[in-house]
Unconditional design. Structure first.
Length: 525
């Protein structure tokens, strides 16, 4: 089921709200948790009942591992996170490793098995038949979430958890399909406290506003850019140089508004249910370097790899060279996690290599210039002002350079293969300089905006087909690189008639546009 669908907005979520708050009102917190779990399973199973069977089995098996580790913990006399002399550490480690192996094995089968067979066929001239395995939605997300839970149980960070709380932790519908990847410490305590205090209706209202803003990102911006992206990737041979550059920018903005919009909706839905879901985006296109970018983009995935891959590999504790190697391993796995294809690995390593180079610059080169300062000495306020202006210029240029690099890397993320990505980049660099494609511009001929052009008598101008395209591009760049993000706008929410009218118009506009929307991009990963 999609957030941006009539069924979700008019049937599913109203039922969810009424049932959930009704059970809370009669002081049935456990029943409320079970009800949320049942609604979440309906939400997931709506796509495909076989998906639901896979997820339910995954929940059952991983809960069994959790209970086995919890019982072993008690029997072995583990206390305070330290093993006693009589404990059997090898047994517990074996259970944890088996659990991780089972989860990764299921993920490998559904997501990577065909890719593996295809690679073997190409490398060795074999002829293994591909299975055409259907990828269950969200399997990468709920698999990583359960791996973290089992590992944390092994580490003693999670005590015995009841089945109803665990099932809701895995299946909670706002973040089930496309994240964020939540952990037990931030969700289980909230589930356990359901019904302990009265609903904060101001918080609920803020959640609704955040949901609408996320919905607008997806429906009004991401899908509009997506039409241009689909046209561009489907007609690479016909694209001129400027067309290709625009297609690259369009996809960078489509992916941002699609994924961040989904996460805003997830957080908003959670707040309407009294549950706080962690932030997953913090204006990533405002980043001034690639290190800053990964502190802002897909924050929970970065957190997962840091805790469960980078630190166990040694982090930065085994020397600088080992640290850089560990970082490259993390970005290699990040590329692989996003998709089964060599183009995803290229994308991951493009980020990894620049990340390592940036860390080297910050650690080794930048300190050499530490004594150079634009302030101090003589010059007073004038010199400080110049220094401040120079810093702002450098910041803006760094932000633009980071955005452009990330946008180029996204080409490998979006393309069907490395060859298609290379053809688009070649068109952007060496392509023919010619008039912008009329077909590309027509993708942005949104009826609502085109009507505005007619009212202003601009529809007859020779450049009118391109006005909307550049206006929407400018709006996308502003909202993603300059303006306040949805969380910031919601945090400073003022309950006034004007703001309420804007939210109402956005909501109605989005609902009227549901018939032309697409699924979320991250459903594929």
């Amino acid at each position: 089921m999609l957030f941006n669908s009539y069924l979700f907005v008019f049937v599913f979520f109203p039922i969810c709200l009424l049932g959930y708050y009704g059970l809370r009102r009669v002081r049935r917190p456990r029943a409320a948790r079970v009800f949320l779990t049942a609604m979440s399973l309906w939400f997931y199973g709506y796509f495909n009942l076989s998906y639901l069977l896979i997820m339910v089995c995954s929940i059952g098996v991983n809960f069994g591992f959790h209970r086995l580790l919890s019982k072993a913990d008690v029997k072995e006399g583990k206390a305070g996170g330290q093993e006693t002399a009589g404990s059997s550490m090898p047994f517990r480690r074996a259970v944890m490793m088996l659990a991780v192996a089972c989860n990764l094995g299921v993920l490998f089968y559904f997501k990577y098995f065909d890719f593996f067979l295809s690679t073997v066929n190409t490398a060795f001239g074999a002829s293994f038949a591909l299975r055409g395995i259907l990828l269950p939605l969200g399997i990468s997300f709920f698999t990583f979430q359960q791996i973290s839970f089992v590992v944390d149980t092994y580490r003693g960070e999670v005590k015995n958890c009841p089945l109803d709380a665990y099932a809701l932790f895995v299946s909670f519908f706002p973040q089930l399909i496309a994240g964020p990847i939540v952990n037990h410490a931030e969700m289980l305590p909230q589930f356990e406290k359901i019904g302990e205090k009265r609903p904060d209706w101001e918080w609920v209202a803020g959640g609704f506003v955040l949901f609408v803003l996320g919905l607008a990102k997806k429906v009004l911006l991401a899908d509009t850019f997506g039409a241009g992206v689909d046209y561009g990737y489907g007609n690479i041979a016909a694209l001129g140089r400027f067309d290709a550059v625009l297609v690259i920018l369009f996809y960078a903005l489509q992916l941002y508004f699609d994924f961040s919009g989904y996460c805003d909706m997830a957080v908003g839905l959670g707040r309407m249910l009294g549950i706080e879901i962690p932030e997953n985006f913090r204006s990533p296109y405002k980043a001034v370097n690639i290190v800053d970018f990964w502190k802002r983009w897909h924050i929970t995935l970065n957190r997962f790899f840091t805790k469960y891959v980078y630190i166990p590999l040694g982090g930065n504790r085994r020397g600088e060279g080992r640290m850089y190697l560990n970082l490259l391993v993390v970005f290699f796995l990040s590329g692989l996690w996003h998709g089964a294809g060599f183009h995803f690995l290229v994308w991951g390593m493009m980020h990894g290599l620049l990340y390592v180079a940036t860390r080297f610059w910050q650690k080794r080169v930048k300190p050499l210039f530490g004594g150079v300062s634009g302030s101090g000495g003589h010059g007073g306020d004038s010199q400080k002002t110049t220094s401040g202006l120079g810093h702002k210029i450098v910041t803006v240029l760094s932000q633009i350079a980071t955005f452009l690099y990330v946008s180029v890397a996204w080409v490998y993320f979006r393309a069907a293969d490395i060859g298609q990505a290379n053809r688009l980049l070649a068109a952007a660099i060496w392509g023919e300089t010619k008039k912008l494609s009329q077909g590309l511009a027509d993708c942005f001929r949104v009826d609502e905006f085109w009507y505005v052009l007619k009212v202003l008598h601009l529809d007859s101008l020779p450049v009118s087909p391109y006005l909307l395209m550049f206006a929407i591009l400018a709006a996308g760049l502003y909202f993603s690189m300059v303006g306040k993000n949805a969380a910031e706008r919601t945090a400073r929410l003022k309950y006034r008639a004007g703001g309420a009218a804007v939210i109402a118009v956005l909501m109605v506009w989005c609902i009227l546009s549901f018939s032309g929307v697409s699924t979320f991009l991250y459903f594929n990963f």
